[in-house]
Design a protein around this ligand. Structure first.
Ligand code: SF4
Ligand code: MG
Length: 316
């Protein structure tokens, strides 16, 4: 079957900033040739440290940002009558700052419907239904965001994202800003909604533990590029890229004995600035396996152990 979403060579270059002396810094390639497919009803976990381009990728998919090149969204635009924007919606990291504090929940959730020409009464009815669907109390429809906890506010954000019945939701670190005790509830809610509504997600996170449960496939990003992408099970059990191995070594193991035994890979230094990426493999200054070729030749994504890996020396 054709994928729901086909992304090819997605690229985002931000112009350099002009300093007080009028000089422009180098442009920043925040997203550099990202490609992946997503099937209907599936979840792709998109993981990497802050600044790796994962949020920028998400924002291009919902067109909050226009890419500088690439992308093929043909699968979503087959039905010309339903614009892409309705089919892809976004849930943001900080629920409170993503909700207008001066609008009631009724207004926040029904806004995308009013834009589409729904009557106020129908939009309000649908907003109440969406509150119920996301575990909120519909009687609270005339309250303001500050009257809700962080977890409830994220439920409002999720309800808003579902108003137009999208097929794909981009969730940009949807639980990172929430108390640990609330995170599982929101993840459970998103899983239930996926099953009930047949949704697909791109679930963005900064570590591999959060996406483990929700993802069917996982893509690991480093400095604007996907360095490893594949089926969740094989990626967690047998990571091929040294960066994936390092990220994975930071995920706590449920069994305490196994947790004590396992080796932790500590990466040296911070990710380099995307304004001045290292030559060759951009991971080489931090890679425990780096060889001479890594300093000069950029590894391309290619098949290794049933997934795609961008490394000259994948595996152990
Ligand atoms: Fe490390 Fe070389 Fe692989 Fe890059 S290409 S991840 S530096 S081994
Ligand atoms: Mg981000």
């Amino acid at each position: 079957a054709a994928p729901l979403l086909r992304v090819r060579d997605l690229t985002m270059t931000f112009p350099g900033k002009r300093s007080l002396t009028g000089r422009r810094s180098a442009p920043v390639r925040a997203v550099d040739g990202v490609s992946f497919d997503l099937e209907a009803g599936q979840t792709l976990g998109l993981v990497g440290e802050s600044g790796c381009g994962k949020s920028t990728t998400g924002r291009m998919l919902v067109r909050l940002l226009e890419p500088t090149s690439g992308r093929d969204i043909s699968r979503l635009s087959q039905s010309a009558l339903r614009p892409l924007r309705r089919n892809i919606q976004m849930v943001f990291q900080d629920p409170h700052s993503s909700l207008n504090p001066r609008q009631t929940v009724a207004r926040i959730i029904s806004d995308p419907l009013l834009v589409q020409g729904w009557s106020a009464a129908d939009a309000r009815r649908r907003a109440a239904e969406l509150m119920e669907l996301t575990g909120l109390i519909p009687e609270h429809i005339d309250r303001y965001p500050h009257e809700f906890s962080g977890g409830q506010a994220q439920r409002i954000g999720i309800a808003r994202s579902l108003a137009t019945s999208p097929r794909l939701v981009i969730a940009d670190e949807p639980v990172s800003a929430l108390d640990v005790s609330v995170q599982a509830q929101i993840v459970n809610l998103m899983e239930r909604l996926r099953a009930e509504l047949g949704l697909a997600y791109v679930f963005i996170a900064h570590d591999l533990s959060v996406v483990k449960r929700v993802s069917d496939r996982v893509a690991v990003m480093y400095l604007g590029r996907i360095v490893e992408i594949g089926d969740k099970k094989s990626l967690y059990e047998n990571p091929q890229h040294p960066y994936t191995r390092a990220l994975l070594s930071a995920v706590p193991l449920p069994d305490p004995a196994a947790e004590r035994r396992r080796e932790r890979i500590v990466l040296l230094g911070d990710p380099p600035s995307p304004a001045a990426p290292p030559p060759g493999c951009t991971f080489h200054p931090r890679c425990p396996k780096a060889q001479e070729i890594c300093r000069t030749e950029r590894p391309l994504l290619r098949l290794a152990a049933s997934r795609e890996v961008a490394c000259h020396f994948p595996g152990d």
